[in-house]
Design a protein around this ligand. Structure first.
Ligand SMILES: [Zn+2]
Length: 91
């Protein structure tokens, strides 16, 4: 964790995107998003574990026709799950 989530990463200033249903893609090896910087696939596993896209990690996604070998990317990525709940009915 320590090497990927650097202490100088300012997540408060990070760009946040709402994920539409079509932002999530499925491959043979799992779900992935498109990296907003380099456009390479960013598998959920790598997002959560490394905070980097597959282009940065130089990790080919099985079954995908996207060559990550010449991709350079500086994006730090983080998945967030926002949560709220309906107000309780006091009926
Ligand atoms: Zn990227």
């Amino acid at each position: 964790m320590a090497d990927t989530d650097a202490p100088d990463t300012d997540w408060e200033a990070a760009v946040r995107m709402d994920l539409e249903p079509d932002a999530l893609h499925e491959s043979e090896s799992g779900y992935y998003f498109d990296c907003p910087e380099c456009g390479s696939p960013a598998t959920v596993e790598n997002l959560v574990q490394h905070g980097r896209c597959n282009g940065y990690l130089d990790e080919q996604v099985e079954g995908l026709d996207f060559d990550v070998s010449n991709v350079s990317c500086t994006a730090r990525l983080r998945l967030e799950l926002a949560y709220t709940s309906d107000a309780e009915n006091e009926a």
